[in-house]
Design a protein around this ligand. Sequence first.
Ligand code: CAA
Length: 395
Amino acid sequence: MTTATAEAQGLSFELGETQKMARDLARDFAVKRLKPLAQKLDEEEAVPRELYAEAAALGFFGIMIGEEYGGLGLDLVSYAAIMEEIAWASAAYQVCLTVHNSLFCKALTSFGTEEQKKKYLPRLARGELIGAYCLSEPGSGTDAGSLKTAAAADGGDYVLDGTKAWVSNAGFADIFLVFVSTNPAAGNKGISCLLVEKNTPGMTLGKKEKKLGIRASDTREISFRKARVPKANRIAAENEGFKVALAILDGGRIGIAAQAVGIARAAMDEAVSYAQARKQFGKTLAQFQATQMKIAEMSMGVDAARLLTWRAADKMQRGLRATKEASMAKLFASEVANKAATDALQIHGGNGYTREFPVERLFRDARITQIYEGTSEIQRLIIARETLAEAKQPA
Ligand code: CAA
């Protein structure tokens, strides 16, 4: 395809003006506010709500929420670019934003009723309400469709009993998207999706998980014991919730792919500046080819992972299903992030193994990108499934 044809079809590897402005706003916030605090947040294993309020003031709690509800009304590529910048500074901080924007708010904008949107979106966009997404349970992670939290219909309410696990934002979220079983005999065709406000009687938060990485992100179990939730808080039709969960995860995985790109880029930046400053045998590390080979891999990996991420975002933005593209982006970017963090640590030698240098945190933070929002094994399964299904289509 000639360049001219590619342009005519709208293919572009550059951001547009609005997308660049969004990215630059996030970059400025990441460089000036988040990066200087990232180590402290990691050590304290928490983010002060005031620091989330700063992102909210920039509109980052309503990135894709329409302007009519008080959001920025930006597209998914802008979202991915913003997420990369924030994750470059602090992946743990970014988790809150990606869960809130692409798992919680996107579910509401795509599947909520007008009444639900009017009630919640303006406050979500302002960051007054922070959202969380509750799919996994102690007994169901990868096999998400086998969840057991029961929601029995009783008059105008559902009565919830069960436990959700690995809920990001749990400790400070104000509203939770909870996937429940409304027809246990029907398996994943008996799942529904409910909006549950915090302080709902019968709902209790578990202890904060002590994690290897993204320590400043708040992850907990949530239990429901005879917790009543109005039927008016259901998103989408009864028993149609599992498709909502999976469709929303496509967008969520773009946010995690962007997170992994941000971690990889941060690792590369640390490796480059250390390699240019540190001297051994009378030369900087950057002058050794052994270092240059690692830097080349990082540079190529970051670019390729970003392009896959933007491609998935662009396809979804055009209203097309991007299940395969989102899984490819998440899988590839998470592998790039782990390799880049490992190599950046190696370039730092013993120093990299200490908490004095950010690569130690990046190495720990990178690991989760291969696990949450679908493990690498599940991404491979999805990519294979989609590829095989495409091959069956008549030409
Ligand atoms: N979009 C829309 N619909 C979809 C879909 C998608 N991406 N993927 C599947 N569906 C549909 C299917 O077509 C099917 O519909 P029909 O019943 O009409 O045929 C239905 O949904 C069920 O799909 P499957 O039969 O494929 O379901 P499955 O039980 O085999 O599961 C799976 C498939 C890919 C393994 C899925 O369970 C999965 O993705 N597991 C990983 C779970 C996961 O990612 N968890 C993340 C937790 S959230 C988290 O980590 C957030 C955080 O805090 C950071």
